[in-house]
Write a protein that binds this ligand. Structure first.
Ligand code: C5P
Length: 404
């Protein structure tokens, strides 16, 4: 659960008192927890309790004190939405797409998996209307934690108890456990921009944040690979223990690191935005201001991707990237062939929210046989999963060179 972003939506049932324990357990397991409550839930447990435990403000309304809590942003932020306890009323509303609270608005906006932990009295649970709502919600791809059997708040005994917080956390942890389809594979990822020194204080750089490459490294690592991340000057860092990071600054340093680590790599993903040119001479002292114009002579940097493409042996796999502003497909397809990639990921600069420094991206994957896949605008974590899935789908494990 480490680093997972969970929205916990609490609705109005007496089981809401268990939400405090659930928040505590999720936080203890390393998750970031954002709590939402319906007004009815606040009658059972205070927002103050849950905000103190989650260390974040709790949202109870879409519009609160002239502030708008963006349900769309919340829906995009989350890795999972957990509705616990989910009352009969909430199930009925969500099954029918009603949107009259922060919980229902976020539910409709969420792209992440949604988990329901229903809680109600036994007859309410058994009622065909409730059961029909559950079936409908399941039909939309939502996940349900089984209700427990036992004593209910009414004093009746039967089915309808909310799953225990420990069970909910175990269910989520199980769900997040990635398939280990890259177990034992060595993966090399280049990421981030490069800085090409002009003098001791100035450089030529670009706006790459490194987000896409770091997300790809994390995705491979979660799926069992040993990842060597060659990261340019980026504010980000990778967290997963399967990732070893080597920090570089210039194209030359990235080239040297890539040359050193390529031999061992079963898969290389070259997502770094490498400078194509660098100052031919780096001034030893800070360059003084003189005259109205100045010229810096630039020379070509080594093309890392093309060099690795030439060195590629059977069984090694290379994914390249392209960011084009014109004749996108034509240029990307030429690069794919010229640099000997196995497939190329074309980043769109045409779509709002895609490209450098955004949290979202929109890609097209082009294969050597001209097969082309267009993807929707997604978060970079989702795009990373699509790219890694595409690697897994393109290379069956048997074709991999056995790692030494
Ligand atoms: O030629 P262009 O820079 O558009 O190619 C992009 C691809 O080549 C990316 O995968 C990028 O990481 C890689 N590249 C590289 N070394 C360079 C330039 C680009 O590895 N000097």
């Amino acid at each position: 659960m480490v680093g997972k972003k969970i929205i916990l939506a609490v609705t109005g049932s007496i089981a809401a008192y268990k939400a405090a324990h659930l928040v505590r357990l999720l936080v203890k397991n390393g998750a970031a927890v954002q709590v939402l409550m319906t007004p009815a839930a606040t009658e059972f447990i205070t927002p103050l309790t849950l905000s103190t435990l989650s260390k974040r403000p709790v949202f109870t309304q879409v519009i609160a004190e002239h502030e708008w809590n963006s349900h769309v942003e919340l829906g995009l932020w989350a890795d999972a939405l957990v509705i616990a306890p989910a009352t009969a009323n909430s199930l009925a509303k969500l099954a029918n797409g009603l949107c009259d609270s922060i919980v229902s608005a976020v539910y409709l906006s969420a792209r992440c998996p949604v988990f329901f932990a229903p809680a109600m009295d036994l007859d309410m649970w058994k009622h065909p209307a409730t059961q029909a709502n559950v079936q409908r919600l399941k039909g939309y791809g939502n996940h349900f934690l089984p209700v427990g059997y036992g004593e209910l708040a009414s004093g009746l005994v039967g089915e309808g108890r909310m799953a225990e917080p420990e069970e909910i956390v175990a269910f989520l942890a199980d769900f997040f456990q990635e398939k280990q389809d890259f177990q034992g594979k060595n993966v090399l990822v280049t990421a981030g921009p490069t800085y090409e020194a002009i003098d001791p204080v100035r450089f030529i750089g670009n706006r790459s944040s490194g987000k896409m490459g770091v997300a790809i490294a994390e995705q491979f690592a979660e799926r069992g690979a040993n990842v060597m991340l060659l990261l340019g000057p980026s504010k980000l860092s990778a967290k997963h223990p399967n990732i070893q990071t080597v920090r570089v600054e210039s194209a030359q340093q990235l080239y040297e690191a890539a040359m050193q680590h390529f031999e061992k790599a079963d898969i290389s993903v070259l997502s770094a935005a490498v400078a194509d040119y660098r100052p031919a001479v780096v001034a030893e002292q800070k360059i003084k201001k003189k005259g109205d114009n100045m010229t810096i002579e630039l020379e070509k940097t080594p093309d890392i991707a093309a060099s690795l493409g030439k060195m590629k042996r059977p069984g090694q796999f290379i994914v390249g990237f392209a960011l084009e502003t014109n004749d996108e497909l034509q240029n990307a397809s030429e690069k794919l062939a010229k640099k000997n990639f196995d497939f190329i990921v074309l980043n769109s600069l045409q779509d709002a929210g895609a490209g450098f420094n955004f949290d979202t991206n929109k890609i097209t994957i082009l294969h050597r046989d001209n097969k082309r896949k267009d993807f929707e605008l997604k978060t970079k974590a989702e795009v990373a999963r699509d790219i890694v899935d595409e690697v897994a789908g393109t290379v069956s494990s048997s074709e991999f060179r056995v790692s030494s």
